[in-house]
Structures are given as C-alpha cells and as structure tokens.
Design a binder for this molecule. Structure first.
Ligand code: ZN
Length: 387
C-alpha cells in the first residue's frame, strides 16, 4: 500500500470565510492559513495555480482584450440591430456563446457575458483552450498536469465542466481502484451562491457543511486503499460583500467620445481597462477617472508588484480598480448587482484565498503561485517512492 496526495480546489472559499467556519473538517485539518490571491478573476487565478506563474508570464488575465485584427466576433455585429429586450437576455447570450464556441472549436470556458454586440468585433477572447489539457496555457507554459504526465505519475483530474456530485463520484471510484497517486478535485459551485447571497447566508453555511461531509467520504474511501492520505484544500480567491454599486461606464460615456474610435474599454465587475486610440483621449479619461472617489488608477509599479505588466499592454493601457465592496454596475459582465464579488485588490483581506491540509506542509504556500510548487514537490516525492 502506498500513499496518495489529494488536492481539493473549492472556488471562492476565502480565508475570511474559513475563519468563520472553523468547524470545517475539524479533527482532520492540522494546518490552516491565509493564501494571497492574484489581481483578477478565476480566469487569472486558475492558470497561476496550475503553472506557478504570475499573470504576465502565463498570459491569462480577464476574458476580453482589444484586438480587432484577430477578433472572432465579427459576426456578432449583425446582432447589434436586434432589440435590447432580446439581446440582454441571459439565455440568448448563453445560447449564442455555445454556438460560437462550437463554431470555433474552443475548448476553454467561453461566455460572452453582457458584452455589447456593437463592440464585440473589437475584442479577442483569452481562454479559448482548456487550461487543464496540454497546450492550454496562452504562453505555452507547462502545468502541473504536464509534469505528472511526463513523470508518469498516475493521477485523477476532475472535469471542470461537470457538476460537483459527479466529480466527487469519479474521484471516489478512482481512489477505490487504488491506482492513482495524485488527484485534483475541482469544485466550483459555491462561487455562485456567494455571488447571489454574499458571505453571511444559510445557503453558504449549508454548502460548507456539505463540502465537509463529502470530503470526509472521499477520505474514507482513500484510507481504505492507501497507507497515507495527504489532503490539501485551497481556493483561488475570497468573496467581498457588495456595499454599493458604481456606474463608471456612464461617467466615461458622458465625455462624449466615440467607443472604438477615440478609445476602447472593458468594464469588468470590479475594474475598467482602457486603450487609447486618438490623441487627447488618455488625458480626458484619466481626468474623469480621477473624479471617481471609489476607486484608483493602478500605478505601473502596482501592476508590476502584482505580476500584471503584460507585454504590449495586452489587457489595457490603464487599469482602474474599484475599492473593495464597490461593484462596477452595469458592466460588460452583467447588469444585475450581485451581493458578493471578487476581483478587488489582492491586498484586501476579503480577497484572500485559503490553504488547509491534514499534514504539516513541507513549505507553507503564501500566494497562489506557491500551490504549484507544493503540487510539484508532491509529484516529485511520489515519483521517488514509485514501486
Ligand atoms: Zn465568481
């Protein structure tokens, strides 16, 4: 009988939330600590976890970036004449996302969200390929799964498209067979509950209790087949309760400049990113941003500190980040104000992710990129003890 390392990813299970639920896996966890997240959303965090690189090195940040020459969305311009009553519908947008995804053969997480149809042809999309499969990272960087494949470590990987119940069931059955030595369990359903309800909610409490129960079941199966079960649980970011909304888009539109001619912007849920196309546009937009008290223009040194100085300013020449708890709304991500959001300054406590384990880790991960190092260490030590 050998050992197995279980890495359990729970989307949006932040450090503050874990501190409020210290009974979570009580008696199992011997280590719990805060884990610094990275600037951005899951689309930024997940590649950092898988590669151990900062965003500017793996090349993933937000989904949309200005790139009219290579935009796959030219066809969407035709839809700009449809009435808003149709195009604003989530269902219509989800169906269209599915059609585009199939048409282009994208394997990544693909959603057009609330992007305006009249501007979509100006943008390219950053997650066209499945991050978890070979060649999924924009920079061509390797992920922990590439390492495991190369090193011949038998592993199990969840399907990120599948519901949590089926991911749990397939992990239990892989453990039951006793052949794998490493597993990555992907669970992303709590993120939506936290967006809908905020952090203090009975549904959140129930979900955490459910995770507790499910992970205990996994441990039970694992212990029946393995001598040692090393469990590591972590998230990608936390969740911040929404205090107020900020209509930043209206402030920029009031300048009377033309989108796509004078400037281009992406309005994410917590930040706006700008590209300037005509002289004078930068100055006018910076001046308007300076008048918004609930956020700040990110200094290049700030962006460098967060590993977000992208070559060629791929994701924007200027980033404006809202204060924790201030939701950019309406935005290109949605029109509805959500009760919880992530994607604020990584220095804010509510953005912190968490790390917990049932063994004392050799090196305690401090930031998301350290998770890769920990997984690599486990993979290397498994390889050394392979029969
Ligand atoms: Zn989310």
């Amino acid at each position: 009988m050998s050992g197995v390392a279980l890495f359990v990813f729970i989307d949006a299970f932040g450090w503050e939330l874990l501190k409020a639920h210290l009974h979570f896996l009580e008696g199992e966890l011997v280590h719990r600590s805060r884990l610094e997240s990275v600037l951005g959303y899951s689309s930024t965090c997940d590649p950092t976890i898988l590669t151990g690189q900062m965003p500017q090195d793996h090349g993933h940040f937000s989904f949309f970036y200005y790139n009219p020459a290579e935009s796959p969305f030219g066809i969407c311009r035709l839809l700009r004449f449809l009435p808003k009553s149709i195009t604003r519908r989530g269902r219509v947008r989800r169906i269209l996302s599915r059609i585009l995804k199939r048409f282009y053969g994208y394997t990544g997480y693909f959603q057009i969200y609330n992007m305006p149809f009249e501007y979509l042809h100006l943008f390219d999309y950053s997650e066209k390929r499945d991050l978890y499969q070979p060649g999924g990272i924009n920079s061509g960087s390797r992920t922990i799964f590439d390492d495991l494949r190369d090193e011949g470590v038998p592993f199990h990987l969840s399907d990120w498209r599948a519901p949590e119940e089926s991911n749990l069931a397939s992990l239990r059955s892989a453990l039951g067979e006793g052949k794998i030595r490493f597993a990555y369990l992907y669970m992303a359903a709590m993120d939506a509950i936290l967006h809908d309800d905020g952090r203090v909610s009975e549904r959140v409490d129930a979900k955490i209790a459910w995770y507790d129960q499910q992970i205990r079941r996994v441990l039970e199966v694992a212990r029946s087949r393995y001598k040692e079960v090393r469990l590591y649980i972590f998230s990608d970011h936390g969740m911040t309760d929404t205090k107020e909304t900020c209509p930043l888009m209206a402030r920029i539109e009031a300048l009377g400049m033309t989108f796509g001619e004078d400037y281009v912007a992406v309005y994410d849920s917590t930040m706006a990113r700008f590209w300037f196309l005509k002289p004078g546009a930068r100055e006018r937009i910076l001046e308007a941003l300076a008048q918004e008290p609930r956020g700040r223009i990110m200094h290049p040194a700030d962006l460098a500190n967060y590993g977000c100085r992208f070559p060629g300013n791929k994701y924007g020449e200027v980033f404006f980040l809202l204060d924790p708890g201030v939701l950019l709304c309406p935005s290109f991500m949605g029109e509805k104000a959500l009760k919880g959001m992530h994607g604020f300054d990584p220095a804010d406590k509510d953005t912190d992710a968490m790390f917990a384990s049932n063994v004392e880790p050799l090196v305690v991960p401090r930031r998301l990129d350290d998770l890769y190092k920990l997984m690599k260490q486990e993979a290397d030590s498994i390889k050394q003890t392979a029969p």
